[in-house]
Design a protein around this ligand. Structure first.
Ligand code: F6P
Length: 762
């Protein structure tokens, strides 16, 4: 259809030009034909006069003039001759035939014959007047005035005009036909070439050959794609370090400085009112740990729930505040929720419903209708905020986590050209487990509003695709890792999240491990000869804190000599305490700690130190550096960043990591001691193995872990997602252009399948 319109754009001017030419050419042609015929008639008249000269001279001898009359009548038998007049050598009209105008004198006839067209209107139509001198042997015999009928000229002229019009129409039709055929052929070549290009097959040669006029555009496109591919490959190359600068350059070059909007429930900084002062605190959140450095690198806008008691006091009238405090690198747009909304959306649907549903940690998910209503409403509020913050029709929106399963489709409906990257920070269960959610279809449909949907591991991607397959009518292409639903396509990929690798300057300012040990031991009253293991978590039942404590107990049981040489420090950042499940769990842990301490510890040196309060990043870092062992025993975890933070903190290459096989990180960090946290015996043995591990083995394992985490840092996580987004945006733009001009259906552009996409290392 569009192709036809394009051709019409050419054909209409063509018809107009041809019509204008005909309009201008016809009078010109008339004029020309008339003059040709006039000249013809003059020549003809001269011949007639010549032929008649002698006869006229003879006829003059007939005094009654009958001979002359008979001569003229005979001559008039020529159908084109209308009238004849004879002027004497002295210029008097001596004889005229019947139709010769009575009052026309010889002088007047001569004057008319002198004019350009020599035409005269007489009764019965227009005539051509010509005057010819006649000379006989006897001398001049006067002048012959001939009047030729012009109507035959008009008839001929009309015929010529018709032929001309037919010729112009035929010419126009031939030009149009040839043009359409050429255009169709060229267009097909161009469209298939562009498609080949979009598919990354590099099949541009046929397109260039078929349509050389597109050669510059093709060259341009090819060049741009090549640059992107190169850049992408360079960025993926494992020997190249991802840094904030590299991410910034990706944003500048591949995303052309497009606006980046992050949406998460948890805000990166919380302003609290304490003792009459406003204090800023960083929440204990893996999401914030990962996304904040990315946000600093892209100077975008972060939309989040303002949950701090002093949050309203520091925002401007648009509810925005520049962050980090004093550095102002990006904007946080805070959204306010009522207590009921927070209760229903955050505590209820997200944390009593989706959280246990996705973690499968043997806590029953609870789904309440009211919570679902709040969840939907709050998702709509965040969609409004994203639309309000968008400065263009196609921002890059990074939607974070299970609080916003409906948000991608809501944004897609309002900003159809936005690139929506949704990252699901928690595991995705198998279809059977997910199927118990009463609103499973709505959740899946909401998520499929995303352009790219990211999980930590391939396993979670696979679970998600199987879930969609089970509950929605969608087309799944496993080869390309895409799901087509409702006319939209979502690319599902694993992007293992990570941390910001500390810069050398930052690490230089850290106290040495010895100093950290001294400080921590002194503060907590741990005897100097003790070996220390740490656990750092949110106080959450998925983290396997209970199982870990049982493992500590079991190890001490099995190896009593460690009862007087070992301390386990558990940092448990308060989390979701308003929920009964969490409260009960926390109480249970407190009770267990008490029991174990009563069993093994001395009151002045308890075996387990439970620090159930918020710790700043520096404090946690000192703990990591002071410890001999770090224990991560999540029962199920999307990734878990504590293990990566521990590895990053150990620039002395000492310390042992014990890691749950059910944390996404286990797939990236095989040099850790990998355990099944449900198997208390195994974890207890791993604890002992860690305590006795020779320094050389510690160094070997730690060096390898460090090189992995340094390389697969958070900039790589964001960089891979944003490069994929940039490639999709570019291809979408080219596809739109092709579609606009060809009217054909949109080009399906898989990111994977051409061997270029990199699966996560998970
Ligand atoms: O693990 C999921 C997650 O959203 C993390 O990204 C984050 O560390 C944690 O939960 C934060 O929980 P909350 O915001 O409920 O305190």
């Amino acid at each position: 259809m569009k192709n036809l319109r394009l051709q019409l754009r050419f054909l209409v001017p063509l018809v107009a030009i041809l019509a204008a030419s005909a309009y201008l050419a016809l009078p010109l042609l008339d004029n020309l034909t008339l003059r040709w015929f006039a000249r013809d008639l003059d020549t003809r008249g001269a011949l007639v006069a010549n032929a008649l000269s002698e006869s006229v001279a003879e006829a003059l001898n007939d005094a009654r003039g009958r001979k002359l009359q008979a001569l003229f009548d005979r001559t008039l038998q020529d159908e084109r001759l209308v009238a004849i007049g004879w002027c004497s050598p002295t210029g008097e009209m001596m004889r005229r035939t019947q139709h010769f105008p009575k009052d026309l004198t010889c002088a007047q006839a001569a004057a008319i014959a002198q004019t350009r067209e020599s035409n005269l209107g007489i009764e019965g139509g227009a005539v051509h007047v010509s005057v010819h001198p006649m000379t006989a042997e006897s001398g001049p015999v006067g002048q012959l005035v001939l009047m030729h009928d012009l109507s035959f000229i008009e008839r001929r002229s009309q015929d010529t005009r018709q032929y001309l019009i037919i010729f112009i129409i035929a010419l126009g039709a031939s030009i149009a036909l040839v043009t359409i055929i050429v255009a169709q052929l060229s267009w097909r070549g161009w469209v298939s070439g562009a498609r080949a290009l979009l598919r990354g097959e590099g099949l541009l040669r046929p397109m260039e050959a078929a349509s050389p006029e597109f050669a510059p555009l093709v060259a341009d496109l090819r060049e741009r794609l090549r640059e992107l591919e190169d850049e992408y490959r360079r960025m993926q190359a494992s020997d190249i370090m991802w840094t904030a600068q590299r991410l910034q350059s990706l944003l500048r070059t591949q995303l052309r400085g497009d606006q980046v909007i992050v949406v998460s429930n948890r805000e990166p900084y919380i302003h609290e009112q304490r003792n009459g002062r406003i204090e800023v605190r960083r929440p204990a959140s893996g999401l914030v740990t990962a996304v904040e450095p990315v946000m600093r690198a892209c100077s975008g806008t972060w939309v989040a729930h303002g949950s701090g008691s002093a949050d309203r006091a520091v925002v401007d009238r648009n509810d925005r505040v520049a962050l980090p405090p004093g550095e102002d690198e990006y904007l946080l747009r805070r959204l306010w929720l009522t207590t009921e909304q927070e209760q229903g959306y955050y505590y209820g649907f997200a944390n009593e419903g989706l959280w246990p549903l996705c973690h499968v940690a043997h806590v029953r998910p609870v789904f309440r209708e009211k919570d679902w209503e709040h969840y939907q409403h709050v998702n709509r509020m965040f969609a409004d905020a994203v639309v309000a913050e968008a400065r263009s029709e196609d921002p890059v929106v990074l939607v974070q986590d299970y609080h916003f399963a409906l948000l991608p489709a809501l944004i897609r409906a309002r900003l159809p050209r936005a690139t929506i990257l949704t990252f699901w920070h928690i595991p995705w269960p198998n279809p059977e487990s997910f199927g118990i959610c009463p609103w499973r279809s709505e959740i899946l449909e909401g998520m499929l509003g995303s352009t790219i949907l990211g999980f930590h591991t391939d396993f979670h991607c696979k679970n998600f695709m199987e879930t969609v397959d089970r509950y929605l009518e969608a087309r799944i292409e496993h080869e390309h890792s895409t799901i087509s639903f409702g006319g939209e396509q979502t690319f599902v990929e694993s992007y293992p999240i990570s941390i910001e690798w500390p810069s050398p300057e930052e690490a230089r300012n850290w106290p040495t491990p010895g100093q950290c040990r001294e400080e921590v031991f002194g503060r907590l009253g741990i005897p100097a000869h003790h070996r220390v293991a740490v656990g750092v978590d949110r106080f959450d039942y998925t983290k396997g804190i209970l199982e870990r404590l049982h493992a500590v107990e079991r190890m001490l049981e099995k190896h009593p000599k460690w009862q007087s040489r070992f301390t386990f420090i558990q940092v448990a950042a308060p989390s979701r305490g308003a929920l009964e499940e969490y409260r009960l769990f926390q109480e249970r842990i407190h009770a267990l700690v008490e029991r174990i301490n009563a069993r093994f510890g001395r009151p002045e040196a308890p075996v387990i130190r439970l620090l159930a309060q918020h710790h700043a990043h520096d404090e946690v870092n000192r703990l990591y550096r002071a410890a001999d062992v770090c224990v991560v025993t999540s029962l199920h975890d999307g990734m878990n960043l504590v293990c990566k933070e521990f590895v990053a903190a150990r620039d002395d290459e000492h310390g042992v990591l014990i890691l749950s096989r059910f944390a996404g990180a286990a797939r990236e960090l095989p040099e850790a001691l990998i355990v099944n946290p449900y198997h208390v015996e195994e974890t207890a043995d791993a604890l002992l193995q860690a305590l006795v591990m020779p320094p050389a083995e510690q160094r070997e394992r730690m060096a390898s872990l460090r090189s992995t985490v340094r390389e697969f840092n958070v900039y790589r996580w964001a960089g891979r997602m944003l490069s994929d987004a940039a490639r999709l945006r570019l291809r979408q733009r080219v596809s739109d252009r092709v579609q606009r001009h060809s009217g054909s259906s949109p080009v399906v552009v898989p990111l994977r399948g051409n061997g270029r996409s990199e699966r996560g290392r998970s």
